[in-house]
Structures are given as structure tokens and as C-alpha cells.
Write a protein that binds this ligand. Structure first.
Ligand code: ADP
Ligand code: MG
Length: 606
């Protein structure tokens, strides 16, 4: 074995760069965070060829003195902490002293700076951080860092980069995301000579000051469909925006959270958010949000991830409560606006009969009549009060007909494995009676699986059937999202989804997969874009196809909340029996629960 030796600095820095600098957007992140830490009011980012050829960040912050220009390129050189206890009281974005030496070790690097006390500026240049060349320069107060030919001496790293379009998109997202947390700072991004971002700094940091940039990152629809979150717990505060439950995505890619201004991805925080939407949103749907959490610096540990994307909280439970309770509170207050009327109507509907039939339902006498009442009430929930009146005045014969249907359903279907439909609960679950017990089936999850399996076999067969739209649907997309989906349009055409570019900022959808019978094309396409972004270059083609199919299937399926007739329900049960893999939905959850008579007895007699 060769002798043990200490690595030269440039090599140690290249190793550190492996963790800190994954792609050009990571360089942009580190440099603009440094500018923010230096109290800059204006930050200009210029990139060429998606940052691979050139990244330059100019700020009007405090600047660096001549001596510091060389020091800041040394390993573990920082002005932000100096003692162990500082590590647990981080007030700045940076503190590891790794970014500049890492970046310098894998690029042609130049830093030019001037402080307010200097008459002129100084610059340091280096190629791969082996030699450093300090010389006088010209610059106003502040700093410019230029990074050229990123990864020029680590070509293997360069190979891991995605398409220029994807890298550029990552840069743009990064600048926007960072800008969102800093409304009082102006940000400009110029890519290949074109101005991509131009945010003016606001005078204050009220909730309204955050909105323009949020609109830019998440679209105008986000601003229209979101509600303001505000809350506090002990010495922690939360504020931000989150969407109403009806405005959601198939992936959690647009949930942005910041702790003390630092963008973080934290499972606990995401779980708290999800929990707040529990009951209001299908479990496979995700709200869009931007939430800022401010906590005492001493209550978090930010030194747990090289790119500082994760943090550790001293008191997990309080953070969870803060997010969960604050989001839930605002959703509660808004849900009342829209659904209180339906609830009142339903209660009114129950009242006249409450002492009679319904009283019997909850006890041991499980009559189909009682089940029917519950079902009718659920049907009624979604309708206007005008229709209620009609419902209440239904002649007795009509009720009997409904009852008849259920009885004959039982007669004709009881021997099937999934039995006979007898009721629908909350317009979401089908209750079926089987020879030796009962089934509770999630109508959406089950149907989604059926559609998905059918699409899969059609596509393996070759070309899926398409359904032409009478009028092509035009969908506005930003440049990058458009690129993401157009890059895949051949694959999508195979699935029966025909998409083409429509002008500078939109796509036209000409046909959709016939199997889906989709009426609202736009939400599906927007979900697909997110899906492709998330899985785009990582997964194999088959997994990719499966993800895309799953997304489409979800949109083409019977929704939770749709009222179904007894016949429809029985038809669905039969389809579930005939299709492979239907015991679980595309997300791995069970599609139905089976309770045998013994199970039921156990439930009640134990
Ligand atoms: P860290 O940010 O973790 O301290 P960096 O390697 O990113 O480490 O930067 C090293 C030091 O260089 C910083 O601590 C700071 O003092 C100085 N510095 C970097 N960028 C700037 C800038 N834009 N303006 C002023 N000082 C800067
Ligand atoms: Mg830094």
C-alpha cells in the first residue's frame, strides 16, 4: 500500500466541491447567499450556456479587503463564525467556509472586490486553485465573482450535468427561490444576454411584498388560489401562503419552506403540512405553498448537510404544531365559506326523519333502507337547495324503487368475490356485501388502477387510442416547462396525447388518450410537466412511462366525491375483479378493505 499522506489543498477542495457543487445552480446559490450575507441590496447574476461557460455574480455589499481576497479562498476560511458556540447560533446563510475554495478548485475563477474604506479594488485570479494571482483592479464598492469553464479540470463531473435547458431552469429556479425569501433585495438574472429575472427590492417585508415574486415562481393562479398563513408558537413564527385544497398538484415539487430565510427540505415540516390538509385532499395530491418559519437560531442545527439543505430542530414537536396548527386554522376558516351551506342543507334533510329510520340505523338492525337514507343524504350534500326540495318531496314509490335496486343488486352479485354494492359512503367509498362479510372500496383508487393497467397493456400493444379534441386546448407555460414537455412529445404521442408548440409561451393539445375520457386537459398537462421535471432524467424509460401513465390515469379516473348508481358501483366491482394488481392503487395503498363476518363480530363482541 502507498504511504499515507495529506492531500494537497486543491485536491481536498475538489473533494469538498463534490458535495457542495453539484451543478451550476449550486454555484449560483453559494454566490448569491454570500452576497446576501454581505448585506447587498442589489445582486446581478449573469450566466452563459446555462452557467457551464460562465457565471458572474455582482453585488453592492460590504466587499472584501485586499488581504481577505486571498484568505477567503483557503479551506475553511470564513468571517461568519469563530468559536464552537457560534455553530449553534448561526445568523448568516454561510458559515462552513467551503464554497469559494471549492468553486475555485473546479473552475477558472476571479474575485474582484472593494470595501467602502478602500480607494480602489483588488482582484484574485486562479485556475483550479493551484496558484493565485493578486492584482489591482477596478470595481465599485461590493464584489464580483466570475466563474468560467466550470468542471474544466473534473470532466467526469461535467458528464453528470443535465441538458443546458434543465441546468438553466435550475439556475432560474434557484435565483427566484432565493429572491423570494429576500423581498428587500433587487435581483437580476441575465442568461446568454437575455434578461430572465428582474425583481425590484421592496421597501418593507409585509406579506404583500412577497407576492410579486411568488407569482413569478408559482404562477398567477397560485396567488389567486392561495390563502395567507400566519401564526406563532412561543418564540417561533410562521407566515406565508398555501393553496386552497382544491388547487393542488400530483407531486410535492412546489412546496417551498424556509427556516430563518434558508431554503430547506425537511420531512417533518412537509408532514406537518400534509397533516393539515388531511381530510381535505386526496392523499396523493399536494398543495402548493411557500412558508417562512422563523425560529431562534439557537433552536436549530444547520450543520447537518454540506449544501445546508437540511436542518435539525431542537424541538421537533413544536415546529410540527406550529406549521400544522397555523395551516389548519386558515384552511378551517376558509372551508366554512364554501361548504357550510351544504352541511346545513344536509342537516336539515336529516331532521324530519331523525327519530325514525335513522335511529334504527346505528343500532343492530342493519336495514338496506337505513343505508339508502345515508346514501341519499350524501348525494344531496353536493346539490343545490332547489334540488333538495325535490328530493324531500320524492314520492314513496321512488324510494321503494331505489330499495328494490339494492335488493336485486344483492341477489345478483352476492356470490362475486367483491360482492354486491349496497351503498356509497361520502361519495367516495363503496360498501359491498359479500357471501361471508363486507367490502369497503375506495372508488377512485380502484378505478385509477384499472385505467392504469388498461393503458399499460394498450401501450405495450403499440399505439394507444386517441380522442381528438374539437378545439385544441391552448395551455400557457413558461419557457422551461414548455421545453420539458416538448422534449417528450414523441413518447406522449404514443400514449395518445398530442402536444405541439403554440407560439412563444403556449402549447396546443390536439388529442388525449381515448381511454381516459378526460374533460379537463390543463390540470393533467400541468401535472405531467411536474412529473417529467421530477423524474425527467433520472429514471429508466419504463419507470418514466409508468409515472406518466399513473398521472394520466389519476386524471381519467372516477373522482372521490362522485355519486355512483348501484349499477355503476357493481360494474366497478366486477372490473376490479377482472384486472390485475387491483388490490392496491398506484401509490401502494389498498384499494379495498375486506371484513369477514368473523371480523365484524370481533369488532362488536370481542
Ligand atoms: P462562508 O460563506 O461559509 O463563510 P465562503 O467560502 O462562501 O464561506 O466565503 C468565504 C468568505 O468570503 C465569507 O465568510 C465572506 O467573508 C467572504 N465573502 C464571500 N463572498 C463575499 C461577498 N460577495 N461579499 C463579501 N464577502 C464575501
Ligand atoms: Mg458562503
Amino acid at each position: 500500500m502507498p504511504k499515507v499522506h495529506v492531500l494537497p489543498d486543491y485536491l481536498a477542495n475538489q473533494i469538498a466541491a463534490g458535495e457542495v457543487i453539484e451543478r451550476p445552480a449550486s454555484v449560483v446559490k453559494e454566490l448569491i447567499e454570500n452576497s446576501i450575507d454581505a448585506d447587498a441590496k442589489n445582486i446581478i447574476v449573469i450566466v452563459e450556456n446555462a452557467g457551464i461557460d460562465k457565471i458572474s455574480v455582482t453585488d453592492d455589499g460590504t466587499g472584501l479587503e485586499k488581504d481577505d481576497l486571498l484568505t477567503c479562498l483557503k479551506r475553511h476560511a470564513t468571517s461568519k463564525i469563530s468559536a464552537t458556540e457560534d455553530l449553534f447560533n448561526i445568523l448568516s446563510l454561510g458559515f462552513r467556509g467551503e464554497a469559494l475554495p471549492s468553486i475555485a478548485s473546479i473552475s477558472r475563477f476571479k474575485i474582484t472586490s472593494r470595501t467602502k474604506d478602500d480607494d480602489s479594488a483588488w482582484a484574485v485570479e486562479t485556475e483550479g486553485a493551484k496558484d493565485f494571482n493578486l492584482k489591482p483592479a477596478s470595481h465599485k464598492i461590493g464584489t464580483t465573482i466570475q466563474v468560467s469553464d466550470l468542471f474544466f479540470n473534473t470532466p467526469a463531473r461535467r458528464k453528470f450535468l443535465k441538458s443546458a435547458r434543465a441546468e438553466q431552469s435550475a439556475i432560474q429556479d434557484m435565483v427566484t427561490k432565493t429572491a423570494i425569501a429576500n423581498p428587500m433585495i433587487s435581483f437580476k438574472l441575465i442568461a446568454d444576454g437575455k434578461e430572465k429575472i428582474n425583481f425590484f427590492g421592496s421597501q418593507s417585508e409585509t406579506l404583500e411584498d412577497y407576492l410579486p415574486r411568488l407569482g413569478q415562481l408559482l404562477g398567477k393562479d397560485f396567488v389567486k388560489n392561495s390563502v395567507a398563513v400566519e401564526g406563532s408558537l412561543d418564540n417561533m413564527q410562521i407566515f406565508g401562503f398555501t393553496t386552497l385544497p382544491t388547487f393542488n398538484l400530483g407531486l410535492g415539487t412546489k412546496q417551498f419552506m424556509f427556516v430563518n430565510g434558508r431554503p430547506v427540505k425537511d420531512r417533518l415540516m412537509l408532514a406537518a403540512l400534509k397533516q393539515a390538509y388531511h381530510d381535505r385532499m386526496a392523499r396523493n395530491r399536494y398543495p402548493i405553498c411557500v412558508l417562512f418559519i422563523d425560529v431562534p437560531p439557537k433552536s436549530i442545527d444547520v450543520n447537518v448537510h454540506p449544501a445546508k439543505a437540511e436542518i435539525r430542530f431542537k424541538n421537533n414537536r413544536d415546529v410540527f404544531s406550529l406549521i400544522h396548527n397555523s395551516v389548519k386554522k386558515v384552511l378551517d376558516s376558509h372551508s366554512r365559506d364554501t361548504t357550510q351551506k351544504a352541511t346545513d342543507d344536509a342537516v336539515a334533510y336529516f331532521k324530519p326523519e331523525a327519530s325514525g329510520q335513522l335511529g334504527g340505523f346505528g343500532v343492530s338492525n342493519y336495514s338496506t333502507g337505513g343505508v339508502k337514507e345515508v346514501r341519499s343524504a350524501n348525494i344531496a350534500m353536493g346539490k343545490s337547495s332547489f334540488e333538495f326540495q325535490q328530493k324531500i318531496e320524492l314520492p314513496p314509490e321512488a324510494r321503494t324503487a331505489e330499495q328494490e335496486k339494492i335488493l336485486s343488486s344483492v341477489e345478483n352479485n352476492a356470490e362475486y368475490p367483491l360482492g354486491a354494492a349496497v351503498a356509497q359512503v361520502h361519495n367516495t367509498y363503496i360498501v359491498a356485501q359479500t357471501a361471508d362479510g363486507m367490502i369497503l372500496l375506495d372508488q377512485h383508487a380502484a378505478h385509477e388502477r384499472i385505467v392504469y393497467e388498461k393503458m399499460k397493456s394498450q401501450i405495450l400493444g403499440s399505439q394507444a387510442e386517441t380522442q381528438n379534441l374539437l378545439i385544441p386546448e391552448i395551455i400557457e407555460l413558461n419557457e422551461f416547462d414548455m421545453g420539458v414537455i416538448l422534449e417528450r412529445n414523441e413518447d406522449l404521442a404514443k400514449f395518445g396525447l398530442d402536444i405541439e408548440q403554440f407560439g412563444e409561451t403556449a402549447i396546443a393539445v390536439r388529442s388525449t388518450p381515448a381511454l381516459l375520457g378526460i374533460k379537463s386537459v390543463k390540470p393533467m398537462v400541468l401535472d405531467l410537466v411536474e412529473e417529467l421535471k421530477a423524474y425527467g432524467n433520472i429514471t429508466s424509460l419504463t419507470t418514466k412511462i409508468e409515472h406518466v401513465l399513473a398521472t394520466m390515469a389519476c386524471h381519467g379516473s372516477i373522482r372521490a366525491g362522485r355519486t355512483m348508481t348501484v349499477e355503476d358501483m357493481n360494474a366497478l366491482l366486477r372490473q376490479v375483479e377482472e384486472t390485475d394488481n387491483t388490490a392496491q392503487c398506484n401509490h401502494g395503498r389498498p384499494t379495498y378493505v375486506k371484513l369477514s363476518k368473523t371480523d365484524l363480530e370481533k369488532l362488536f363482541y370481542r
